[in-house]
Design a protein around this ligand. Structure first.
Ligand SMILES: [Cu+2]
Length: 302
């Protein structure tokens, strides 16, 4: 059996087994009756078919029994689902952002990470936000899945019961590099968590522009080694001349502060020739001017 590592796992598994059990019972039962009827009532054994007028008892039975079964499935489904929407008051809050094509996390003290680390036996509430299209946040080992809907604040919560590292994946096909959204949640003891938080919160010595770019999934589409992915490579980009398309008209630009700044804020206004439009979201609501300056500063080093 697959790892079950949250307080929800038992309830979800129970309803799954009940529904699967009922389905298998009827699949086998109905198939057996069908095969029996094929032999019992074929032309040789039953040359003249009889017309049956109706039978109140059978009609009541085949209405009542499925209704009860469906209500049983609903009851166990509801029993498992209701607690998932009721967040305990002591839950720790983390924001999870989904974007093409990366999940990222923001801890209460502002710490930004690519994967989740959480303490065991601690309720965690994830505020789910999408920066572009529909994504779906799925942790199979926790038996939870919830959509990240652009323009809507959704949430999920869970309490991990077993230490370990578990997959997080996007369960809603969100474009070409959908599979890149794979990341993980690591469940550790409270002491290990405190130690990790202390270490992770310390400022690293990487370039602030690089840190912002990593956080915003820039390198999913742009390389720094000259190779071509979804968007142009950033190698030697600063000061380079490029042909861009502005409102359907081609023109040559020099890539300077203004061009980079505008291309981050409104990427679809001047698209470099040969690249598709509409794949990058406008970052004017995501990054402030200072962050963009850090990025430009970093690009100059590439
Ligand atoms: Cu996705």
């Amino acid at each position: 059996m697959r790892t079950a590592a949250s307080t929800f796992a038992q309830g979800v598994d129970l309803s799954l087994y009940i529904i699967a059990g009922i389905s298998i019972f009827f699949l086998l039962g109905i198939t057996a009756v069908m095969i029996y009827f094929v032999f019992r009532y074929n032309k040789k054994r039953n040359p003249k078919s009889s017309h049956i007028e109706g039978n109140n008892t059978i009609e009541v039975v085949w209405t009542a029994v499925p209704t009860i079964l469906v209500m049983v499935m609903f009851y166990f489904g509801w029993l498992g689902f209701r607690p998932m929407r009721t967040v305990p008051d002591n839950a720790m809050e983390i924001t999870a952002y989904g974007q093409m094509w990366k999940f990222s996390f923001e801890y209460p003290d502002g710490l930004l990470t690519d994967s989740l680390v959480i303490p065991i036996h601690q309720p965690v509430k994830l505020n789910l936000q999408s920066r572009d299209v529909l994504h779906s946040f799925f942790i199979p080992a926790f038996r939870i899945k919830e959509d990240l809907v652009p323009g809507k604040n959704n949430y999920m919560w869970f309490e991990a019961t077993t230490e370990g590292r578990y997959d997080i994946m996007c369960a809603e096909y969100c474009g070409q590099l959908h599979s890149y959204m794979l990341t993980s949640v690591t469940v550790v003891s409270q002491e290990q968590y405190d130690a990790w938080l202390g270490k992770a919160s310390v400022k690293t010595d990487i370039h602030p522009g690089l840190a912002i770019m990593k956080q915003n999934a820039c390198f999913t589409c742009h390389t720094t080694d000259g190779s071509k992915l979804i968007g142009p490579s950033l190698k030697g980009i600063y000061g380079k001349k490029e042909v861009v398309e502005t409102n359907g008209v081609e023109r040559e630009v020099t890539i300077d502060d203004t061009y980079i700044r505008e291309s981050i804020k409104q990427p679809n206004a001047d698209v470099v020739k040969g690249y598709a439009k509409g794949l990058m979201i406008p970052y004017d609501q995501v990054l402030n001017d200072e962050q963009i300056s850090d990025i430009i500063d970093y690009m100059k080093t590439l």
